[in-house]
Design a protein around this ligand. Structure first.
Ligand code: 1CP
Length: 344
């Protein structure tokens, strides 16, 4: 533990900072030519399996953008292969799981995971990145929340309507809960291991919870997310709890936990912050597509997010969801510079 925590960590705890910290979901990835150069030789899972390469790809956006956090290069689906699922990434780059989990027998057949060995390369990448960066730059560990990982495990890939996932949740709630329970155990252990490896803050991606009714979320999903977050509390590292399409779920999401609530662009940040309560920090919430707008329009929207944060302690600037692959890197840098200028 360093004497003075990184600004991103301080903001996550709701403490005042000199300048609003800024980073971007999906800041490592295809919009960067230096990432694409590595992806020409190596697949996504190959990068994740090689700590030196994963560390390099993690550091690329930190060098180019000067952001306050380095999110470790990995994927929310990495825990699935050690549990016995056959994960691959198809040409179009979306995930494909050849043996999706849709029955009680399939849930029972899931293997227990020793995260230190099975997910060792990600932990080693965290150690390498932490050793490389100055203490002012936070290392961000992450995992998928149980529901969002389950949606891939049940569907066998990306889904639009979550038909198989909801069919299981509505038709066999005990099986669905058993699956989330298994995932919660692995995710909690993986995040704890990331913290031991040097992550200064962790983000739980529940990207697709917005597809649920508040009642289904509260009954079938939130208890497992809450269990993951509660398991991390003794480690003393802030947790960012993120989802999209969560306009109807902000209160139950906040109740499930997280020092920081991630907000997408569909809600004004001030309104979202009021709803989650001033005791929490918030992260967000520029529309990722704003980076394709003319400069003046982009800057106007950055300023609007900052104005809604109102200079209060506990705001981490980010997008409302990840950077899109076609984003011009210079526009991302422009956002970083604007946030720094406006909040100094
Ligand atoms: O090689 C490639 O460029 C393929 C695209 C890609 C990348 C860059 C995938 C496939 N995964 C990743 C890395 C990744 N995934 C990171 C680290 C990069 C960074 O943030 O800087 C992170 C944080 C993730 C997290 C992730 N994977 C999420 C949650 C974030 C979100 O966008 O909501 C999800 C849902 C996934 C699944 C996944 N992996 C890859 C894709 C294309 C997807 C989404 C598929 C879908 O649309 O459902």
């Amino acid at each position: 533990v360093t004497a003075v925590a990184a600004p991103l960590v301080r903001a996550a705890r709701g403490e005042p900072v000199d300048t609003t910290p800024v980073w971007f979901m999906r800041q490592a990835g295809r919009y960067l030519p230096e990432y694409r150069a590595i992806r020409e030789r190596l697949g996504l899972l190959e990068i994740c399996a090689r700590p030196e390469v994963a560390a390099e790809v993690t550091l690329q956006p930190v060098r180019r953008l000067g952001v306050d956090g380095a999110i470790i290069f990995a994927d929310i689906l990495l825990p699935l292969p050690p549990m016995g699922l056959d994960l691959g990434f198809a040409k179009g780059e979306g995930p494909v799981i050849a043996n999706p989990v849709r029955t009680a027998a399939a849930v029972a057949a899931l293997r227990d995971v020793d995260v230190e060995s099975a997910l060792g390369p990600t932990l080693e990448a965290i150690r390498l990145v932490r050793a490389e960066l100055p203490p002012e730059v936070a290392v961000i560990g992450f995992a998928g929340a149980p529901f969002t990982i389950a949606s891939y495990a049940v569907e066998g890939g990306a889904a639009r309507h979550f038909l198989e996932t909801k069919r299981l949740m509505y038709g066999a709630p005990d099986v669905f809960r058993a699956l989330l329970e298994r995932l919660a155990g692995v995710v909690a252990a993986f995040l704890a291991a990331q913290v031991r490896a040097g992550a200064d803050v962790v983000q739980l991606f529940d990207s697709w919870v917005g597809a649920l009714t508040p009642d289904d979320y509260a009954r079938c999903v939130a208890p497992f997310t809450a269990r993951v977050i509660a398991a991390l509390a003794p480690l003393g590292v802030p947790v960012i709890h993120f989802g999209t399409g969560t306009g109807a779920l902000l209160e139950p999401m906040a109740a499930a936990g997280g020092d920081v609530i991630g907000v997408d662009w569909r809600l004004p940040l001030d309104e979202a912050w009021r709803r989650v309560g001033s005791a929490r920090a918030v992260q967000g919430n520029l529309d990722p597509v704003a980076l394709f707008a003319p400069r003046g329009e982009l800057l106007r929207r950055v300023d609007d997010v900052l104005a809604r944060a109102g200079g209060r302690a506990g705001h981490i600037f980010n997008l409302g969801h990840g950077l899109l692959p076609a984003t011009p890197p210079d526009m991302v840098r422009l956002v970083v510079d604007r946030v720094r200028e406006r909040t100094r």
